[in-house]
Write a protein that binds this ligand. Structure first.
Ligand code: CP
Length: 306
């Protein structure tokens, strides 16, 4: 493992499998009545969140606490960031408080990379702009592996607002490393111009791809990042790219449905599909704690290579 986790593309297949296998071991701890391990006693993890989060922030906190680390939660709202303090000065302040790891979510793509130049501890990217969200990809791969038994040769279809999705980019990079075959399905306006360089296929026809999919991952339409009209209407988007009951019926019987959350129920995914037994959406949240325990354990407690 490297000192930081900033991009899923930085992980070798061995790194990724080590994280998934470590998470499998740690999942057994999560099933016990006493879930705590002494592994990171005396280490400090800072959660530095400049953007809103429910799942990622809470699961990093739970993961660090289950490993007995001290946790400092920092939210930009209500901090001196609102008085104009820079990311660098915020980071140096936290560094002075003895952070061994800084988990950062930031609206600017590249912020974790910058932070890694300013702090001595490990930096974990918890989502930077439209760039990457590597621990989400790891928990998604872990959830797929648990349901399907393995990822090699599995057909994973990722559908929706790829343009604004850090989850899509991290998943494509990690799943390619792990031997899965990824197809992105989106309106042309919601695909990045660089998508031709990504290790995946692209399709505009969801109905054609669904019957060949082992996994269908629906992405949230990120209206808060849209400064233009990317599709005619929500109704039209839902009709072409939403996973409703009829489309769900076109998937193979053992295929699973995923969503990183938060969901726009009724837009990219119908409520009855999201709540079906073949949906892993709740499992993904639980697996998020386990994967983040594995990442913190390996970065702070395991062997590090530069
Ligand atoms: N999937 C995800 O990153 O969710 P949050 O924004 O709630 O952390």
């Amino acid at each position: 493992m490297k000192r930081h986790l900033i991009s899923a593309g930085d992980l070798t297949k061995d790194d990724a499998l080590l994280i998934l296998d470590t998470a499998e071991e740690l999942a057994r701890v999560s099933e016990r009545s006493i879930k705590k391990l002494p592994t990171l006693r005396g280490r400090t993890v800072v959660n530095l969140f400049f953007e809103d989060s429910t799942r990622t922030r809470i699961s990093f906190e739970a993961a660090a606490k289950r490993l007995s680390a001290d946790v400092i939660n920092f939210s930009a709202k209500g901090s001196s960031v609102s008085k104009g303090e820079s990311l660098k000065d915020t980071a140096l302040t936290l560094e002075a408080m003895g952070a061994d790891a800084v988990v950062i979510r930031h609206g600017a793509s590249g912020a974790p990379h910058r932070l890694a130049n300013w702090v001595r501890g490990s930096v974990v990217n918890a989502g930077d702009g439209t760039h990457e969200h590597p621990t989400q990809a790891l928990l998604d791969a872990f959830s797929m592996r648990r349901r399907l038994g393995g990822l090699e040769g599995r057909k994973v279809t990722i559908v929706g607002d790829v343009l604004h999705s850090r989850v899509a980019r991290s998943n494509v990079l990690l799943l390619a490393t792990l031997g899965a075959e990824v197809t992105l399905v989106a309106p042309p306006t919601l695909l990045p111009v660089s998508v031709g360089t990504w290790p995946c296929e692209v399709s505009y026809d969801l109905d054609a791809v669904l019957p060949k999919s082992d996994v269908v991952m629906m992405l949230r339409v990120q209206k808060e990042r849209m400064n233009a009209a990317y599709f005619p209407s929500e109704r039209e988007y839902s009709r072409r790219y939403g996973l409703d009951r009829d489309r769900f019926a076109k998937m193979p019987d053992d295929a699973i449905v995923m969503h990183p959350g938060p969901m726009n129920r009724g837009m990219e995914i119908a409520a009855e599909v999201a709540d079906s037994p073949r949906s892993t959406i709740v499992e993904q949240v639980a697996n998020g704690v386990t994967i983040r325990m594995a990442v913190l354990y390996l970065l702070l407690g395991g062997e590090i290579s530069q």
